[in-house]
Write a protein that binds this ligand. Structure first.
Ligand code: SAH
Length: 390
């Protein structure tokens, strides 16, 4: 494992030119039509930028010389900057990536038999403050723009195909929006980015291989199916509102019943009626890992086409929760199996480089002062959440 240097917070100057990395197909078409160019230029540029990873217009040889020169004067292809890379003993790779303004986000690549999953961030920090997640404790700075979201895929692909990069041939086959931030609170940029991930002239990933994970911003979820058909994961973590209110504060605004209704409506909008939602459930010792919780969960999800992903809680500095015991975890899974669900346990990866679920913290210039409050509070005032025994 390499230890990353600290992300300095030097402020970089955002480009004054249009960053073509962050424009989806329609926006590129508009851009070229405004220049008096034909719309097929959009597909040409997308291939250069996303498929071939080229940032220098001079190398885009199927564009006329005059167009290349014109583009160089008004536009740019500018991915965010990699500050450092950490390689885990298990093959997981984490990049610390600097955004305009100086804050850093993290992206993680997880290779596993025959597939490579890239976990990308959608915001700098997170405003939701789920009690078990390191990102929330960092506070919130701002939404990532489309170039910064898709830029994480761009960076990973380039790094993974560098000659010195990979002992085995590693490619990104899946993308999950499960890094820092709440994707549905950055709706437009996230939709533009996921549609680029699935676009044939960009990354060409199938809709089953791009997954948006949400804690449940119901009004945004209600709109999602109108603009994309990405796969959906719901961060549930509790089978009843009383417990979920404590783990995911957003639940007080959009309780479980409303969230699951909205998720089912999303599925109904998709042309392929066989698709399922992934339910994410982070198992925390003595908090939400009791048998009664598993039974409640089985009952709750009865009419929701889903599979369940159980995630052992990953500790982070200052968290007072404990990882679920293996016994409790497998007992929980077995109860779900017996009730007829597909339930899998997500293996913890990259914990030696703090790249596991919920450990991503980046270097957030916090605007909420939450990180400071958290540091003060955790010392004196820790109150564990109520335990519902079972
Ligand atoms: N805001 C979005 C996406 C980011 S979190 C959402 O809530 O879905 C993505 C996943 O990370 C969540 O489902 C949660 O299960 C998991 N996670 C967060 N903190 C964790 C922790 N400390 N240990 C294990 N998983 C965690």
């Amino acid at each position: 494992m390499k230890t990353p240097p600290a992300c300095d917070s030097a402020v970089s100057t955002p480009g004054l030119k249009t960053n073509l990395l962050g424009l989806g197909e329609q926006k590129l078409i508009d851009f070229f039509e405004n220049l008096g160019e034909r719309k097929f230029r959009a597909a040409q540029i997308m291939k250069w930028v996303h498929v071939r990873g080229v940032t220098d217009f001079a190398q885009m040889t199927d564009l006329s010389k005059s167009l290349r020169e014109r583009l160089a004067s008004i536009a740019e292809v500018r991915p965010p900057e990699v500050v450092s890379r950490s390689d885990s003993e298990d093959g997981t790779i984490k990049w610390l990536i600097r955004t305009d303004g100086g804050s850093c986000i993290e992206a993680v690549f997880i290779p596993e038999n025959g597939r490579g999953t890239l976990c990308v961030s959608s915001q700098i920090g997170c405003s939701l403050d789920c009690s078990f997640c390191a990102t929330g404790k960092q506070g919130f700075n701002r939404d990532l723009n489309t170039a910064e979201i898709i830029g994480q895929v761009w960076i990973a692909l380039r790094e993974l195909t560098l000659p010195e990069a990979a002992p085995n041939n590693r490619a990104v086959t899946n993308v999950v929006l499960m890094g820092m931030g709440e994707p549905l609170l950055n709706f437009d940029n996230v939709v533009e980015a996921v549609n680029l991930m699935m676009h044939d002239c960009a990354y060409g990933l199938s809709k089953r291989r791009v997954t948006l994970s949400t804690a449940g911003v119901v009004p945004a979820l209600d709109k999602l199916g109108d603009v994309t058909d990405v796969s959906l994961a719901i961060s549930l973590h509790a089978p009843n509102d009383e417990l979920r209110d404590q783990l995911v504060p957003l639940n007080r605004k959009y309780p479980i019943a409303a969230l699951l209704d909205s998720a089912r409506r999303y599925l109904q909008k998709l042309p392929d009626q066989r698709r399922k939602i992934t339910i994410e459930y982070t198992l925390i010792d003595q908090v939400n890992d009791r048998q009664v919780h598993a039974r409640q969960l089985a009952e709750l999800l009865g009419n929701t086409p889903c599979k369940i992903n159980l995630i052992p809680f990953n500790p982070f500095p200052g968290s007072n929760y404990r990882r679920v015991s293996n016994n409790a975890m497998y007992r929980f899974r077995d109860i779900l199996h017996e009730a007829g669900y597909t339930a899998t346990v997500r293996t913890t990866r990259g914990s030696d480089i703090a790249a596991a679920c919920g450990q991503l913290a980046g270097e957030v210039n916090d605007r909420t002062r939450r990180s400071q409050r958290y540091r003060n509070e955790k010392v004196n005032n820790w109150q564990p959440v109520n335990i519902i025994s079972g």
